[in-house]
Design a protein around this ligand. Sequence first.
Ligand code: COI
Length: 356
Amino acid sequence: MSTSTAVSIKVQKTTQSRIKDLDFNNLSFGKVFSDHMFVADYKNGKWGDCQIVPYAPFQMSPAAAVLHYGQAIFEGMKAYKNEKGEVSLFRPIANQKRINTSAERMCMQTIPEEIFMEGLKKLVELDSAWVPTAEGSSLYIRPFLIATDEFIGVHPSDSYRFFIITSPSGAYYSEPVKVLVETSYSRAVEGGVGFAKVSGNYGRSLLPTKIAINRGYQQIIWTDGKTHQYVEESGTMNLMVVIDDVLITPPLGDTILAGITRDSVLTLARDWKMKVEERKLSIIEVMEAYKRGVLQDAFGTGTAATITHISHIGFEGIDYELPPVNTRIFSNKVKKELDNIHLGKVADIHKWMFKL
Ligand code: COI
């Protein structure tokens, strides 16, 4: 065991690395986990017991609050390795801030920046050999926080456990997706938790997504919970369209996650002097643009998915086929630019890459 500096982190290295079993050229998403994980506990009013240990199952009381009332939040982020073998994280401070926004909404203990950042840096450094380099691959990083009180009364937990696990991963979607506009089920409502990265938001999406998959789609486009007239997110991604050369995306608010890729795409579009509108967008407006031939692009943005093109939109029993992906100027350009920024191939003018 060794101990690191700024935040005291005990490190127990694995004696049996699994890296030799990994086929770096054949990675799927989120199925294999690197050798180590970071763990910290909040109890008796303070954070402590920060440690990096071999990735393994852990014990928890069957009465742990997380299992009963869903005090569970998470983040998704990525590390990349450039041609020189240097490892960088993409906008980690934004994830650190967002997990605390989620914690506050779920009445959970926030995580001090130094614990999040030191744990993250030390973990990714230790497992840096697990960061893949094949095109489209990265080390997907999953920080998460759960309530651990052994108590089944409905009450904010007094104890929490924070983890970071990492997974060498390939693309989340290997092809453009066919999406169904969902007008019965809701992901989020005003006053709810849609803006937070709460595990329950993803649990509640499974049934409508399964129904859409059974009908031949890969994902859904959520509409607002009140009128079902306005588009919100698409699956686990923020949704963007280009109509008549204008990039349009629903505005942040109670029901939309403040995606870090979303923000990065909007920032690049504005850098390139593209007209950007963050505003309510009705499905009728999207369909009318389609019929006028001015719906040039539709795509999702997210950490896991990066930029995922939408090939078809299913609405009221009709599948609308969007322009061929190779004709979509903006989404292809922004995807390429983000890939280049991740790998240090272009100037990082916004200082998004955080070198280890
Ligand atoms: C991410 O993009 O990191 C997400 O949250 C999607 C994930 C649920 C796979």
